[in-house]
Structure formats: structure tokens, C-alpha cells
Write a new protein. Sequence first.
Length: 300
Amino acid sequence: MSQLQQAGQAKPVRPAAAPARSSARARRLLADGGYYLFFGVMCVLVFVPILLVLFGSFKTAEELAATSPFSLPANWFNWDNYATAFKEGNMLLGLRNTAFLVFGSLIGNALLGTMTAYVLNRFDFRLRKPVLLLFMLAMIIPSYTTEIARFQLIHGLNLYNTLSGPLLIYIGTDIMQIYIYTQFLQKISTQLDESAMLDGASYTRVFRSIIFPLLLPATATLGILKSVTIMNDIYVQTLYMPKRELATLPTALMTFVGERSSDLSALCAGIMLVLLPSALFYLVFQRLIFKGLMDGAVKG
């Protein structure tokens, strides 16, 4: 036997790497397939009911009773149901009251949230940790357990059956904003504060000219999330504003459902009118929402 043949026989035989690569590719495809299947099912569960309500809002009562819920409406320009829901459901009044609560809460949350986070992040005082602990405790305790005390407080301040009662609640209970603002402030260098103070700026000037403008991305994100929450809230608005003149979009829809429970086409139109503002908010500002949350969750 030649030396070349002996050397060839002495070489170890390496296992083929192709089966391992094929197995890894199969696992990756299986994981991707499960991922898309899960979110596909979630999209079906979310959007199919909305489509059924949309179809029903353009159908007449006879057409809705005679056809399948999945069938398309015969006339896409049938706006009679929307006119009925808008007029008899007091949607314009609900939109005005909702807008007052939304914009009032946004202004109050932006001012109180940024100032509180600025003090807790930039100043080292004796009660700093107890205050942070109280904020964390407020996030853990369910708000329904303190509902009796909150109702007595609102009633004692003569704010029951007024727009100011829910407005005060919306401004004072958004604890998550403190956490997000604090995360943003940790990315802002304290050297900016020190440079401004060396030039003679006060703490108020530093906050107004440096801190608050740099917190605008977080403010926009929290404002959008807060707006959608208020427009979809029915518990606080029903409990603290039962007067008909103080109806908001959710409470106006609830009253309309009670009055026109047999007119399913008009009810579908009313649901779409209430759904439209929050859906537009989310569709227009969804990139800003995700960007603000990611910037607040990841330290730079």
C-alpha cells in the first residue's frame, strides 16, 4: 500500500454539515410560521367584528335581518343610520365633552408629570425614596379598591356631576407617565443643567427652556395613549357624570343603545362613530407611540 493511501485512510471522516443546517432552517421556519399564525389569528379576532359592524351600519333594518352578517351592503352610500345615530345619540355633545376632557387632561398631565419627574430625577432630598415608593405603590393597588374614598372626595369638593370631577381624576391617576418621564430624563445629561445654571438660569428656567422641550417626544406619546384611554373610558364618566348634558362619546353611545336597542343598523352606525376618533388617533400616531415607548424603555 502506498504512503498516499495510508494517509488517506488515517484521515478522520468529518460528518456532513448539511443535515444540521437543514434542521436549523426547519426550526426557524416553524418558529416563523407559529409567529405569523398567532398574529394572523389575533388580527382576525380584532378586525372581523369591526368589519361586521361596518357592514351593518350601511344596511337597512330589513336588509340586516334578511342577509348574512358577512354579506356586503347593497348600498355603500346609505348614510341614514349615521344621521340617526348622530342626531338622536347626541354624538356632537359627546364629542365636545370628550374633547374638553382629553385636552384638559393632556395639559394637566404634561405639566404635572414633567415637573414631578424633573424633581425626582434631578434633586436629591430626604423624602425622595419614600415619594418614589408611593408612586410605585399607587401603580400596584387597583383603583377600584379606593373607589369609595375617591367618590367621597369628589362629592366633598362639589365636583360630582361636573366635567371637573373626571378631569381631576384623569390628571391625578396617570402614574405610568412618571416612570416614562424619569426614563427619558436619565438620557438627558446633567451637564446641560449645570451649564445653564452657570449662565445664571434658575431651576424654573432650566425646566422651561431645556428639560420640557427635550421631553416633548415622551409627552406626545403619553398624550396619544391618554387620549385613546379617555375616549374609550365609560366607568369614570358614567359614575361621576350621570347628567345627560354631560354625556361623552362612550356614555352617549350607552344611552343610545338603551333607547334604540331594536334598531341594530343605527346601533352599528353609532358604534362606528364612537370608534372612529380613537382609531384615527392610533393610525396617525402609531409610529410615534412605539418610538416614544422604546426610547423611554431603553437607556442611552
